[in-house]
Design a binder for this molecule. Structure first.
Ligand SMILES: *Cc1c(COP(=O)(O)O)cnc(C)c1O
Length: 378
């Protein structure tokens, strides 16, 4: 094999380990600000699932710095992590076990409540809980069935009068948040409006009424809500093309480089067989790290400023790229995805190659990939 001197391109710098996810916290802040400019509601930053793989604590801090007034997580342990890191803004959690309620109460974490039975569990905890009553307006996952809502709001008002709970929010979740016409969202908003009116009649005076996720915040005009729950948009998943900035870049490097001859196969079962002599490079990151195996037939990565196709099967810990006649050498930086500005694949491309959505790619980036935080320039 012919080795050449390392020629680092400006702007590509090596990484210390085998792989690295670089998270630009200025992008998180810019994305929060973009929503704050666009919508009148307060922003709840959704940092569930370790902030879609970006790291819950640094992302939550950046979002709060940029003006998010609430944080949202799916689960109790995620709320605990935020409180332990000193984040003191209100936190809402919507999936918990009754055994976790004492902890959540001690941490002053708000919980979602969909049924009278859940409300009774919450009211039985000595520490006063703030709750957000959830109405099912059409997604048909959690939430009170509309015909149980009056009983739920009346029971909540009763417990509130006893000092056992405090109803801080009324909320629901959209089923078609990203639909451009907002027909279903408008229907859901109408139902939530009716539900909020009934809650008011039961004597409840919640601080916040909320319905929309990232896409819904942009498509649905909902002046009777005062909070939007922003997840995808925070990370730069730009479903409606409003100029959000992807916050994460996934980097690796070539750890081995070698020539193979025409007719030789690569990786398990030789799905790829070279039709010419070529140079191949080994990239030490695989499906255990979140590089989707299903993307293998179409995927490519950026190395030395060019797209190199992934060849053969993506394995658990590694995959192989075809460098053709480029004189690459071990240590050469590889960008698996980024914001696309220098020709690298985006997460949206990887999602398309794997038949999934960017959310799942981000959430899948595994614990073997260190996260590094930086402050990029705008
Ligand atoms: C995940 C989640 C969100 C965020 O939705 P995006 O489309 O990612 O903005 C909002 N609300 C609830 C209840 C969620 O589970």
């Amino acid at each position: 094999m012919h080795l050449v001197q390392s020629r680092r391109r400006p702007g590509t710098r090596g990484i210390t380990g085998l792989s690295e996810a670089v998270v630009d916290l200025s992008a998180i802040r810019d994305n929060v600000e973009r929503f704050r400019q666009r919508v009148p509601q307060q922003v709840l930053a959704v940092v569930k699932a370790d902030a879609f793989g970006h790291g819950a604590v640094p992302v939550a801090r950046a979002a709060v710095e940029a003006g998010a007034t609430w944080l949202g997580v799916a689960r109790a342990d995620e709320a605990l992590q935020l409180r332990a890191a000193g984040l003191s803004v209100p936190i809402l959690t919507w999936l918990y076990d009754a055994t976790e309620l004492v902890l959540l109460g001690d941490l002053d974490v708000d919980v979602s409540v969909s049924t009278v039975a859940e409300l009774q569990h919450v009211a039985a905890i000595p520490s006063v809980h703030s709750v957000h009553l959830k109405l099912d307006t059409g997604l048909h996952r959690a939430g009170s069935a509309p015909d149980q809502w009056i009983e739920l709001t009346r029971t909540a008002a009763h417990y509130e009068a006893l000092g056992a709970v405090m109803v801080r929010g009324i909320w629901s979740h959209l089923s078609h948040g990203d639909a451009a016409d907002a027909v279903q969202s408008t229907r859901q908003l109408q139902l939530l409006r009716t539900g909020a009116g009934l809650a008011n009649r039961a004597g409840l005076r919640p601080d916040v009424v909320h319905l929309a996720n990232s896409a819904g915040a942009l498509t649905l005009d909902a002046p009777d809500t005062n909070l939007v729950r922003i997840g995808a948009g925070l990370y730069g998943i730009d479903e409606l093309g409003i100029g959000l900035r992807p916050a994460m870049r996934l980097l690796s490097k070539l750890t081995q480089v070698r020539r193979i001859r025409a007719g030789e196969g690569v990786s398990y079962r030789h799905d790829f067989v070279a039709d010419r002599d070529t140079t191949i490079g080994l990239v030490p990151i695989g499906y255990a790290d979140g590089v989707p195996r299903a993307a293998g037939r179409q995927a490519s990565v950026l190395c030395r400023g060019v797209r190199m196709p992934v060849i053969g099967r993506i394995a658990m810990d590694q995959f192989v790229v075809d460098a053709g006649e480029l004189a690459v050498e071990p240590g050469e930086p590889v960008t698996i995805f980024g914001d696309g500005s220098v020709g690298e694949p985006t997460v949206a491309e990887w999602a398309a190659w794997a038949g999934t959505i960017p959310h799942e790619i981000y959430c899948g980036i595994g614990s073997r990939v260190p996260r590094r935080y930086e402050e990029g320039s705008r």
